[in-house]
Design a protein around this ligand. Structure first.
Ligand code: ATP
Ligand code: MG
Length: 553
């Protein structure tokens, strides 16, 4: 086997090592259990990397199981996007995709078993009454008047629930555990409710649906999952998980372990909030490059490897914390710095006319694709009499610190000649629109004999370059922890997307969607999925340097 990279270690892997060493398990089986009620986000990526990563490293298996017990909020588009995203991240699930709904018949039978054992009852209390009797964190709950119904009677009621004879909200099946338990989830939790809803997998077969806590542990046991990994908010529910497994006839005892959720600064990682951003059109859909969804991050230009690397760097613990966005950005920057071809693009153009350069001449100059990697080859770039440069690369006059072009100081056009400004043209507001220059024909690949230049700037031929739009992205929120704000949508950054129009070297019009580049001096970009030959659009993935870290300099 070629695999040589050291395995990550964390408390879950230590538990697995122990279970394998003691012989409790001979093989590891994990699962990733998304609910198909939205697109996957970076938090899910953490869980995917953990579950599939463990299966890979221990030669075990990881199932992809849709936890689909809330038909009203789920749909097949979400199912498909989730499958696509897991594959794109580079993982293969074990066998066919599974659905909790595959097990609805068995779940129903296990519910009947609990009823027969006197461990579940049909409660006809209204939802308000159930809530009132539940008690609080400091006060025990009280028993429901239906708690002591005989099993036969409960079975008949449950069958009627299944047959559609009871309206939604009029009754539910509850596990009979302990109304005085310090864990609220153990106070006779509802395990089935009536819902006349069409289901994306089972159609109209069912009008009762099992609850998460009842479904999840049994699905794990049916699939022979050994280590069921979930986030910390399910810590208390572990009691219920174990209670269900202990009280039904199933000969598999999966164990649940909890780890901390991923929280990322300046964004939200909760499907409920992400749905709101999409529905209220604060963003342009689930794959808006500002979204922390896998689809958004992909369209932004991130690679699967950069996301896996990020998940490796953040690790897995039981400690809640907030991860800086710069951690994620560093992962893609490190990767693209190594392997993104270099190109030139001008985002805020002013025209430069080189008056001693022949009018109809086009010189195709060699430009290396990577400064440190000859294997990446070179491409040709056209040099012409008129070129565009960035407005900020020219000042009429400036102090010595300014290394770019002024009226007294020449500059080198990257991979081309040295040019020297002679005069400028301005618009009505006094902004420079055109710089008239001359060039030194003896400076291709060598220094000028006199009039040495210090700066090197990027440029694009005005006649041969292609117009392009650049989407410049910033944090989606102005607050580092938007989820903690009363109205999180009020902290949306109004400047999270800035569109500018400029020019790119002609080579780029041949690129494919999501192809990634470093635009020299301006950042890492990818071709947007809606870009076309006629209308080139580039998304800035990340800036060349971490500009946020420099604030305060
Ligand atoms: P959300 O709050 O976004 O709806 P969820 O937990 O309800 O998240 P699921 O589709 O049920 O979403 O999650 C599938 C798996 O991904 C679960 O095991 C869950 O624990 C895990 N997961 C979800 N969000 C995160 C996160 N922020 N960090 C780590 N794991 C997560
Ligand atoms: Mg969930």
């Amino acid at each position: 086997m070629a695999e040589t990279a050291p395995r990550p270690t964390n408390f879950i892997r230590q538990i697995i090592d122990k279970d394998l060493a003691s012989g409790l398990h001979t093989k590891v089986a994990t699962r990733f259990p998304p609910e198909p009620n939205g697109y996957l986000h970076m938090g899910h990526a953490k869980s995917i990397c953990l579950n599939f990563g463990i299966a890979e490293d221990y030669q075990g298996t990881c199932n992809l199981r849709f936890d689909d017990t809330n038909p009203e909020k789920e749909n097949i588009d979400f199912v498909n996007s989730i499958k696509h995203d897991v594959h794109w991240l580079g993982f293969e699930w074990n066998g066919d995709v599974r659905y909790s709904s595959d097990y609805f018949d068995r779940l129903y039978a296990y519910a009947c078993e609990l009823i027969e054992k006197g461990l579940a009852y049909v409660d006809f209390s209204s939802p308000e009454q159930v809530r009132e009797l539940r008690g609080t964190l400091t006060e025990p709950g009280q028993n429901s008047p239906y708690r002591d119904t005989a099993p036969e009677e409960n079975l008949a009621h449950f069958e009627k629930m299944k047959a559609g004879e009871y309206k939604e909200g009029t009754c539910s099946l509850r596990a009979k555990i302990d109304m005085a338990s310090p864990f609220m989830c153990m106070r006779d939790p509802v395990i089935y409710r009536v819902k006349f809803a069409h289901h994306h997998q089972t159609g109209d077969k069912w009008c009762i649906y099992p609850m998460y806590d009842f479904t999840h542990c049994i699905s794990d046991a049916i699939e022979g999952i050994t280590h069921s990994l979930c986030t910390l908010e399910f810590q208390d529910n572990r009691r219920l998980y174990d209670w269900v497994i202990e009280n039904i006839s199933i000969d598999c005892t999966p164990r649940q372990y909890e780890f901390s959720r991923l929280n990322l600064e300046y964004t939200v990682l909760s499907k409920r909030k992400l749905i709101l951003l999409v529905d209220e059109k604060h963003v342009n859909g689930w794959d808006d490059p500002r979204m922390p969804t896998i689809a958004g991050i992909r369209r932004r230009g991130y690679t699967p490897a950069s996301i896996r690397e990020f998940c490796k760097r953040i690790g897995v613990t039981k400690m809640d914390n907030m991860v800086e966005m710069s951690m994620l950005e560093a992962c893609i920057r490190d990767e693209l710095n190594q392997n993104a071809p270099r190109r030139m693009a001008v985002l805020d153009p002013i025209k430069v006319v080189i008056e001693n350069y022949p009018d109809d001449k086009i010189e195709w100059l060699d430009a290396p694709n990577h400064p440190n990697d000859e294997n990446m080859g070179a491409r040709k770039i056209p040099m012409t009499r008129e070129v565009y440069i960035e407005a900020e690369d020219f000042r009429e006059s400036a102090n010595k610190k300014f290394k770019r072009m002024t009226l007294d100081k020449g500059v080198r056009l990257r991979n081309s000649y040295c040019i020297y400004a002679d005069r400028v043209e301005k618009d009505a507001e006094g902004n420079v629109t055109t710089v008239y220059c001359h060039y030194d024909p003896d400076t291709l690949g060598k220094d000028p004999v006199e009039n040495k230049v210090k700066g090197v700037i990027h440029w694009v031929s005005a006649s041969e370059g292609k117009p392009a739009r650049f989407n410049l992205y910033d944090r989606l929120f102005t607050h580092p922890n938007p989820a903690a704000q009363e109205d999180f949508a009020a902290t949306i950054n109004p400047e999270s997307l800035i569109m500018v129009n400029g020019f790119v070297e002609p080579e780029l019009s041949k690129g494919e969607a999501l192809e990634r580049f470093q635009f020299e001096r301006t950042g890492y970009f990818c071709i947007d999925t809606e870009s076309s030959q006629e209308k080139l659009v580039f998304n800035r993935t990340v800036e060349l340097r971490d500009t946020w870290a420099k604030i305060g300099d």
